[in-house]
Design a protein around this ligand. Structure first.
Ligand SMILES: NC(=O)c1ccc[n+]([C@@H]2O[C@H](COP(=O)([O-])OP(=O)(O)OC[C@H]3O[C@@H](n4cnc5c(N)ncnc54)[C@H](OP(=O)(O)O)[C@@H]3O)[C@@H](O)[C@H]2O)c1
Length: 301
């Protein structure tokens, strides 16, 4: 774990809610706090686990959650990147806390591999301990495909992509769901898939297959976890400017091919994906589960 010396998250106020029988009580109570803090407070008093939180879409999502009051535990592989991300997120937490007149939400980092079941379980438990329980899980850890024709793709390469992008998501979502179920009051899980889970990009059989798996995993988990009040959705970004796509977008020819497919004519900024992830994590999406939400600049239109 990277530094867990920050302060505990604010606890949500216990507002009475006439819909309490239909919505999990914890969500309703926290929504009351959000109202008093304005749009900066949708996640005040909540704890989140964000895998892939040291880079790109995961880091942008962690920023969103922290800005709106959540205590966040980010997961990445490389310790230096995790440590840097924790540092920048703590600055945000302190700024927001000062602006809103509340204690800074806690930010912790963990350097681990999402395919390691025990490490992920420990991280989910640690995220829950930052507050009252685990409320949110965003599974954004993922790797790119080998960018090769299927005939040239080795079995080992194919398996490696499935291992992180499907098994890693399953391990993360299940650890989070177990924690949420044990804590009671439901929760929200977002699996970061891709438009490649809905359309096959040439020379990406490994990645396309893994993202198709991520989409169906989200839908399957939504069915299995609904009775526990846990919502699960798949988020399918199109091309987004992150370290994963840096090389593609830097190459003029590849960049032109990519942008020609996108009606908005540009790649997304990671924050444009993070806003959608934050929506799915929030009570604004209280009736959204098992959905596949696309944010792709119109690519699939
Ligand atoms: N960028 C896009 O255009 C785009 C579009 C659609 C979907 N997506 C998906 O969005 C997710 C995030 O991608 P990104 O673009 O933000 O990529 P990124 O900047 O490369 O970030 C990937 C993150 O995942 C972590 N990670 C990778 N493998 C891991 C493992 N085995 N265990 C723990 N952490 C691991 C990385 O940690 P390290 O850096 O330490 O390895 C990093 O924090 C991925 O699932 C990706 O497939 C991206």
């Amino acid at each position: 774990m990277v530094g867990d010396g920050g302060r505990s998250a604010d606890s949500a106020g216990a507002a009475e809610d006439p819909l309490a029988g239909r919505r999990p009580a914890g969500r309703a109570a926290a929504a009351g706090s959000a109202g008093s803090a304005g749009s900066a407070g949708r996640f005040v008093g909540r704890s989140a686990l964000v895998t892939g939180g040291s880079s790109g879409i995961g880091l942008a999502t962690a920023h969103r959650l922290v800005r709106e009051g959540a205590a966040v535990l980010i997961v990445g592989r490389r310790p230096d990147k995790v440590s840097d991300a924790v540092g920048e997120l703590r600055v945000v937490a302190a700024e927001v806390a000062e602006a809103c007149g509340r204690e800074p939400a806690q930010v912790i980092g963990a350097s681990l591999d999402v395919t390691d079941e025990e490490s992920v379980r420990v991280a989910a438990d640690a995220a829950a301990r930052m507050g009252r329980r685990l409320d949110i899980c965003v599974a954004a850890a993922g790797i790119d495909g080998a960018a090769q024709n299927a005939l040239d793709l080795s079995v080992d390469d194919f398996r490696a992509v499935l291992d992180v992008n499907v098994m890693g998501l399953f391990i993360t979502a299940r650890a989070a769901a177990e924690r949420m179920a044990a804590d009671g009051e439901g929760g929200a899980i977002v699996l970061v898939a891709s438009v490649n889970g809905l359309i096959a990009e040439p020379e990406f059989a490994d990645y396309n297959t893994s993202k198709g798996g991520a989409v169906m995993l989200a839908r399957s988990l939504a069915r299995d976890l609904a009775a526990r009040g846990i919502r699960v959705n798949a988020l399918c970004p199109g091309y987004t400017r992150t370290p994963m796509t840096e090389a593609y977008l830097a190459d003029p020819e590849t960049r032109e091919t990519i942008l020609a497919r996108i009606p908005l004519g540009r790649a997304a900024d990671p924050d444009e994906i993070a806003t959608v992830a934050a929506f799915l994590c929030s009570d604004d999406a209280s009736y959204v589960t098992g959905s596949v939400i696309v944010a792709d600049g119109g690519w699939l239109a």
